[in-house]
Ligand binder design. Structure first.
Ligand code: ATP
Ligand code: MG
Length: 568
């Protein structure tokens, strides 16, 4: 006899109530199944646990080798922490364990905590799907069945929560499962931890299972995991590397790195790499190497704001990166000029840096400097007052070579002039800079201040990059460097250049300007006053009469007064 209609929870035939009656004597294999499942979590998982596979839809799970290993560890240990690659079946393991305990052991309270409410609800959906797919004879009846918790006829329950809610705090549970702990705000994770850990650890049998992808150091997940690997805290640790997941080989890795845009990102998402928080954009050895290229500028113009290490040449390709501030003395407006003719040897040729220039004056300054370098391609951040500068350059000055780059919004191509700095574009920009700077060792920086800013440009725990905290720490020179090089980013480069040579990872190695030959440079060293050679308020050159005038030899007279010839 099977359950009658009125013995289903809300009439759902997959949710029998505890009153449902099963004829076990006519089906002795049911009894065997229940017994086997209780004793063997792997048997339960492989014979009865359903997942939704992206390609195949609803299917019974076939456990991967490491999943079997970890389920055994979960069964046998109280405190387990797992470091794991993305999409390796972490959450699936949690749902299997939670449902197994709830179905085959009485009065168990299982709490699953995730970093976000939607994630927690999604996990719970997966638990519910698996519960519904179990044959009715195998599962305890349904007493309560909601979107955040379910209670079964054997007194066991499974619930979900986030660390920000009060659920789970103050009262005990038998199994606490924390998904993606490294991605829970650390302050919140610590508060939660302080309120639940003492309760759970004081009960002799309660278990905690934590799994996460790494997210930097200095957070609860990293502390617990590294403590476990050093046998310091009594936790058992498990680790799943990307190559353990079926279908992931070197080919897959290379493709994934390409689509993620950086090896570093891959290392964090799939390589179980704890990227050091506060890591500087340049490490000690790169810093020393870069320092060897730092030198005094050859020319110092414009009251010391405009420094040049070379004069503009017509047969070189230059690019400008521009970061703009309001000009009120805090952050600076910066123009970086780089020679990108050979991408194995990208060289800083000039920088303009000014804290007090307003956006209107800065627009003229950009125009002037861009013309020095052959009306080069300019990558100008358009956030805040940058928009005004970019739009003026185009509409009032007809400046053609403005690079456009921004986030894709709902799949549509970004088409406003300039560079829109946004979490994504900035991240890509920094990764792109690090590719040329750190991985390829291809960037020569001559400006001491730029190098110092790079040293204090650090990675924050949430993965973003910015100047280290401090009253006089800036990143304007670095951000303008980031934007200068963004023109080499794979998505951007083909729009402005013909790439004549690529490296193995399809990054550009050599460029040809699409409209090469049309440009001419304006060498500022021919008409600007180089402060390095004398006083900053040297007069404009005047034509004097060397042959004497009214019997006065002006040259001798001026020489006597202490004047000397320029360029002599
Ligand atoms: N043994 C398996 N066989 C086939 N598919 C599986 C297996 N284990 C998990 N999956 C499927 O792989 C996908 C990823 O699994 P899951 O969400 O558990 O991984 P995850 O490591 O938590 O991923 P994320 O890093 O995105 O949180 C899911 O669609 C899941 O159903
Ligand atoms: Mg997951």
């Amino acid at each position: 006899m099977t359950a009658k209609e009125n013995q289903f929870y809300l009439g759902n035939s997959k949710l029998p109530t505890p009153d449902s009656i099963y004829d076990y004597s006519a089906n002795p294999e049911w009894v065997i199944d229940i017994d086997k499942c209780r004793k063997n979590i792997l048997y339960f998982a492989e014979n009865f646990f359903y997942i939704v596979n992206l390609d195949k839809g609803k299917m019974k799970i076939g456990l991967h080798g490491y999943q079997k290993r970890i389920l055994r560890t979960l069964r046998d240990s109280r405190f387990v922490i797992m470091l794991s690659s993305r999409q390796s079946g972490k959450t699936t393991l949690m749902t299997i364990y939670a449902l197994w305990i709830a179905c085959f052991f009485e009065d168990q309270r299982i709490l699953i905590v995730a970093n976000k409410e939607t994630t927690a609800k999604n996990i719970f959906k997966r638990v519910r799907l698996a519960y519904e797919q179990l044959p009715n004879y195998l599962k305890p009846g349904t007493v309560e069945y909601g979107i955040t918790s379910m209670t079964l006829g054997n007194g066991s329950s499974i619930g979900i929560s986030t660390t920000s809610s009060d659920a789970g705090r103050g009262d005990s549970c038998n199994v606490l499962i924390l998904d993606e702990l490294a991605f829970i705000d650390n302050g919140m994770a610590m508060d939660f931890w302080k309120s639940v850990y003492p309760i759970i650890s004081s009960s002799k049998k309660s278990k905690i299972f934590i799994a996460s992808t790494p997210n930097g150091t200095g957070n609860l997940f990293h502390d617990l995991y590294s403590g476990a690997t050093k046998n310091e805290n009594g936790w058992v640790h498990e680790r799943v590397d990307w190559w353990e997941v079926p279908g992931r080989d070197d080919d897959w890795k290379n493709k994934t790195i390409k689509s993620l845009g950086s090896k570093e990102f891959f290392d964090q998402e799939f390589g179980n790499h704890f990227v050091q928080n506060g890591e500087s954009a340049v490490n000690e050895s790169l810093y020393e190497k870069l320092k060897a290229e730092v030198r005094e500028p050859a020319f110092v113009f414009d009251d010391g704001h405009y420094l040049l290490w070379d004069t503009p040449k017509t047969d070189r390709i230059y690019v400008a990166g521009v970061d703009i501030s309001e000009g009120v003395g805090e952050d600076a407006s910066v123009i970086q000029i780089f020679d990108i003719t050979d991408l194995r040897n990208i060289e800083q040729v000039a920088i303009y840096h000014n804290r007090t220039i307003n956006p209107v004056q800065f627009t003229s300054k950009c125009l002037e400097i861009f013309q020095h370098w052959g009306s080069l391609h300019a990558c100008i951040e358009r956030n805040n007052c940058g928009g005004q500068v970019v739009d003026q350059l185009r509409s009032a000055h007809n400046y053609e070579n403005l690079v456009t780059y921004g986030p894709k919004i709902a799949g549509s191509v970004y088409n406003r002039l300039g560079i829109l700095s946004h979490t994504n574009t900035k991240y890509k920009g920094v990764m792109n800079m690090r590719y040329f700077l750190n991985e390829m060792n291809a960037v020569k920086i001559h400006d001491k201040q730029t190098l110092l800013e790079l040293k204090t440009f650090i990675r924050y725990p949430n993965g973003t990059w910015a100047a280290a905290a401090g009253s006089d720490v800036h990143d304007d020179r670095v951000m303008s460097l980031v934007w200068a090089l963004i023109v080499l980013e794979s998505e951007v480069v083909d729009r402005y250049f013909e790439v004549t040579e690529h490296d193995d990872s399809r990054r550009p190695l050599k460029l040809k300007l699409l409209d090469y030959g049309l440009r001419s440079v304006v060498d500022p060293t021919k008409f600007m006053v180089n402060i390095k050679d004398g006083s900053s308020d040297a007069p404009l050159p005047i034509i004097i009469n060397p042959g004497g005038y009214n019997d006065i030899d002006e040259v001798s007279m001026l020489t006597e007064q202490g004047w000397t010839f320029m360029n002599k």
